[in-house]
Design a protein around this ligand. Sequence first.
Ligand SMILES: Nc1nc2ncn(CCNC(CO)CO)c2c(=O)[nH]1
Length: 271
Amino acid sequence: MLQKIQATADYIKGKVGNIPQYAIILGTGLGELANAITDKKELPYNEIPNFPVSTVEGHSGKLIFGKLGDKEVIAMQGRFHFYEGYDMKEVTFPIRVFQALQVKYLFVSNAAGGMNGSFDIGDIMLIDDHINLFPEHPLRGKNFNELGTRFPDMSNAYDKNLRLLAMEIAKENDIKLQHGVYIGTSGPTFETPAEYNYFRIIGGDAVGMSTVPEVIVANHAKMQVLAFSIITDIGIIGKIVEVTHEEVQEAAKIAQPKMAFIIKEVIKRID
Ligand SMILES: Nc1nc2ncn(CCNC(CO)CO)c2c(=O)[nH]1
């Protein structure tokens, strides 16, 4: 695995030269932030050795290098999901490549179902913490000490200082910013009413099918992580809420400019 990671990192370095320390994962319907990147260089996933290929509508499948404001960034336009059939090492392979490229900060976005009654569709939820309900763990198996420790600490998986900065920026710019716990599930089915109630009872504020594996590996790699969910539908305990991928994409599009602004401002103010 280490050879594959290094070969992919070397390929990317050969293609784009200097490597930024900021990486962004753009989730469903969240391509807006990519439009804000200037001096772009794009690498389609299918041209990058060892990279999986995204199969989900709304996940175009390319690495974008460029500037967000005056900071160099790497953006993943399209991510890999466990439900597509990739194993957790494949789902998180891009994070290992970012680690090999010396990326220090990972910004993650996703579309998620709201479970907190105070949320509205289109809200942005700053992720404070997660509950991992995936059936497979990205760190299961042999641990490579050069990648990280066997038993990583997860007490600050969503970096507190970055979260405080994001909240400060949202307040300064009158952007409503919810916050809460993200529940990561395998999908591809949306949750049943009983699962929905279970997720809420165990402390979830939003539910989705991504983010948790990437954040675990990013913490293993000692990256600082900041993550947001765009709330695309709101379930209410006891009320059946029908969800479609099209509605998810539509709702995400509405909220993404605000999320893009916050991430851009956070990157601008770091260091
Ligand atoms: N209720 C609910 N609403 C959601 N909106 C987005 N997602 C994340 C899943 N996203 C999939 C399907 O849109 C595409 O990756 C979910 C979810 O899992 N549950």
